[in-house]
Design a protein around this ligand. Structure first.
Ligand code: AHR
Length: 554
């Protein structure tokens, strides 16, 4: 039996077993249908401000994420800005990407940031953490890191997008002084330190003002195989003193894997052994949750339990969503444990890795490690997950979808001069206006969906989503998980009136629909204006859809 910890330790990958893929049809919209569902937005029940950082991203130096994905090189014929893929930057600006995590992931705890600064031609080549898992099809720079992309290039990438960098420090294999010096390199003003001089010499006179720092990654596994108590001691040590140059440093502690409540409890217990003031060191506790087990309860084996990204039936569709909706319990469950130690809620949750994880076999570029093909199912999953974060604004300060490009739940796929926005990328576009909005309690009432799961009756909720208001604009995002039924829904805004409204949605008659380099527009948002003059706003949500309503209020 292999679990994720073992997998990351050994760098092994499983083989694929494939399913037959049925087609699902949708009869189409029937405007004469009466409403079968209802959404009530409660304007007088605000839940808190949605942190823009919930819409964050994760980029690890793994497979094709950097080399080929983000980085094409300054001399490349592929349009680039200082070596960084231009089309990617442009789309990330459009979705208002707020924060990007780097350089890992497991890679972070084997990375020495000092290898990635200074003249590029003098930077060392190092064996990447993921080298053992790479296939022979992968280019050499995926296995042996040329360090062409380092801190300067990554921060430049963030600056071009308008995103904050979130750097993960190495706790497993570097001393605390290296962490301090990384902060010094990034943030000390020109002319103050030798490391500031090095940054200036590389062409970056202004400090980077990096505000978000991870103290290790998955310290329960690839980040050092610590116990929660051991890691808490390391966390105290690495965070005891850091230079700040006037920038508040927000430190993110390595948190639990999925429902490991004891990690959360024991870490906080041990940190607090030195006294209640210790909590002030921690900005966030990182929760990692991947939805990978589609075995319908048959196994917990990390390889055997995986499903296929492209070949799945309707039960697999719901299975992924069932796994995905666990996120709500994980957020509220870990928050509950945190509340035992932190009544003031100084520490927030940072879900800095989330998304589905399938078995290998659907790579757009053969040989790209952990790359998978996102379909409409992943769009629905991602919309559902972002809605969960929106509904818990007081708990979740940041979330980072794993991973941005050429990897797991990617928003983009790229290879050489080819680039495509996946259905997941379109979801981030639809949801962007939630950033910084006031989350409102919203009641979704819809018939449950019923289906057969391995001979037993099973059900799943019929409609869910989230709402937020900013000034006179309401964003209402809605997921219809049914593979076959549209939902005719009456929308009741309690405490506000509609001036005008439109809706953009992603859907397709085929639940496996996805965008490829050759067919990039199979799953793209469709926008229509909504008419409501003769009564309440009634909207039809297509089957297997993610929708965003943009409502201007009176
Ligand atoms: O995202 C891939 C890997 O998954 C990351 O490196 C690690 O943190 C997690 O287990």
């Amino acid at each position: 039996m292999i679990n994720r910890r073992d997998f990351l330790h050994q760098g092994t990958l499983g083989a694929a077993a494939l399913f037959a893929a049925p087609k699902i049809g949708w009869a189409g919209a029937s405007t004469s249908r009466t409403a079968d569902s209802r959404i009530e937005v409660l304007f007088d029940e605000p839940l808190g401000t949605i942190s823009p950082n919930i819409y964050g991203h994760f980029t690890e130096n793994l497979g094709g994420v950097f080399y080929d994905g983000i980085w094409v090189g300054e001399k490349s014929p592929v349009p680039n800005i200082g070596g960084l893929r231009k089309s990617l930057i442009e789309h990330m600006r459009r979705i208002k990407a707020p924060v990007i995590r780097y350089p890992g992931g497991c890679f972070a705890d084997s990375y020495d940031w000092r290898d990635g600064i200074g003249p590029v031609e003098k930077r060392p080549r190092r064996t990447n953490f993921w080298a053992n898992a790479e296939s022979n099809l992968a280019p050499l720079n995926h296995r042996y890191d040329p360090n062409t992309v380092g801190t300067n290039e990554f921060v430049h990438f963030c600056e071009l997008i308008g995103a904050e960098p979130y750097l993960a420090a190495n706790v497993r294999s570097l001393p605390a002084s290296a962490f301090q010096q990384w902060v010094e390199y990034c943030n000390s003003p020109a002319g103050t330190t030798t490391l500031a001089d090095a940054r200036v010499a590389a062409g970056y006179p202004e400090p980077f003002h990096v505000k978000y720092w991870g103290v290790g990654n998955e310290s329960w596994g690839c980040g050092g195989e610590f116990t929660a108590q051991e890691y808490a001691v390391e966390f105290r040590r690495y965070s005891t003193w850091l230079p700040n140059y006037g920038d508040k440093l927000n430190l993110v502690a390595s948190g639990p894997n999925t429902d490991d409540w004891s990690w959360t409890r024991e870490f906080l217990e041990e940190v607090l052994r030195k006294g209640p003031g210790e909590l002030r060191r921690i900005y966030g506790l990182a929760l990692h949750y991947y939805s990978w087990n589609l075995s319908r309860g048959k196994t917990q084996d990390w390889v055997a339990g995986k499903g296929d990204a492209l070949r799945f039936d309707t039960v697999d569709w719901y299975e992924l969503l069932r796994e995905g909706e666990r996120m709500e319990n994980l957020v509220t469950g870990h928050w509950q444990v945190m509340s035992e130690f932190d009544q003031e809620h100084l520490v927030k949750l940072v879900v800095d890795e989330w998304g589905p994880w399938y078995r290998p076999g659907s790579e757009a570029t053969p040989g790209d490690l952990l790359e998978q093909m996102p379909t409409l199912r992943d769009a629905v999953f991602s919309g559902m997950t972002l809605d969960i974060f929106n509904r818990n604004p007081e708990k979740v300060a940041m979330a980072n979808c794993a991973q941005l490009i050429n990897c797991l739940n990617s928003l983009y796929l790229a290879h050489e001069d080819r680039f495509v926005i996946t259905p997941v990328g379109h979801v981030f576009e639809l949801y962007a206006t939630h950033q910084g909005g006031q989350s409102l309690r919203t009641i979704f009432s819809a018939p449950d969906l019923h289906y057969e799961r391995d001979g037993s009756p099973a059900s799943f909720w019929g409609l869910r989503g989230s709402a937020s208001v900013r000034g006179k604009t309401l964003t209402l995002t809605v997921v219809n998980p049914s593979t076959s039924e549209a939902r005719m829904t009456e929308i009741d805004l309690r405490g506000a009136a509609v001036k005008e409204a439109n809706m953009s949605f992603l859907s397709n008659a085929d639940i496996h629909a996805h965008n490829t380099f050759d067919q990039p527009n199979v799953v793209v948002p469709v926008t229509k204006s909504l008419s409501f003059s003769q009564g309440p706003l009634v909207v039809e949500f297509p089957p297997a859809s993610v929708s965003a309503l943009n409502i201007q209020l009176e």
